[in-house]
Write a protein that binds this ligand. Sequence first.
Ligand code: BTN
Length: 323
Amino acid sequence: MKTDIRKALLELFSATETAFVSGQTIADHLNCSRTAVWKHMNALKEEGFLVEAVRNKGYRLEQNTDQISENELYLGLKTTVIGQKIVYHPETSSTQLIAQQLLHQGTPEGTLVVTNFQTAGRGRLSRVWLSQPGDNIAMSLILKPQLSMQQFPQLTFLASVSIVAAIKEVVGIDAQIKWPNDIFIDGKKVCGVLTELVSDPEEVKAVIIGMGINVNQADFAPEIKTIATSLRLASGETLQRSALIQAILTKFEAFYQQYLTEGFAPIKRNWEEHALQFNKHIKARSLKGVLEGEFKGITDDGVLVLQDANDELHYVYSADIEV
Ligand code: BTN
């Protein structure tokens, strides 16, 4: 099925939510015959949509399932750039790798790669990112902004505030951000963000922002139970992953537009408002030892600013913050 027809159909159903849409309305909307409508609806069915057809009423799309598919994600998505191209793999090595491959093929800014399961998910600092099949979100977003080297880390912070805002909207929970960019709920990690630059010797060509979110996972291995949680465990509800992905894309686009016009300042303010232990006493543990003091915020390149007992400011580039 052609993408523009699919999109027009999904938009029409999204606008009418659960109601039936008559064949004639669809025909008028697509400017085609009733027979063509019937063919298009069958094509949607073949793509995995649950389509109900009732005589004298028309067609209805079942929208309430937690399946992730390109169609499910396009349905009702109101962005103009972010997520306008979505590539879904039921299983893959890492969405970061797929995103890299797509970049080499010239994929546009805003392309999103999503999977149901990663066999070689990776985290920050060369760590492994493990995620249970079918329960969680693993996705990578491709951006191509014109930025200086110093500005690129700001996009990770932008991703974090977008995820926090989306969680608030969809789940109703106030999540917090642990420096640099882990999302926490009730003192446990629920999401990690990994930003990778794709560059040649002259310039940065693109940024791939990987997001791993524990959504419907009901249990964690004993060794991580005390430090990891999921949105389901935190809220007591099973969530529709596609709704959360759409909310993240929508928030991301709004923040990204604001960032491109107003710069990093509003994003930084938002990040600090949601930062765990902001203006509180923290311990930053690094290879050099433990630094203690008040967490005063972040610099424009994302470095943590800590004020010690003698009012001296320290700039922390890499450390584990104890919670
Ligand atoms: C971290 O907390 O260390 C960051 C974890 C980032 C995981 C995501 S899942 C989607 C994307 N693909 C990967 O292989 N990693 C990121």
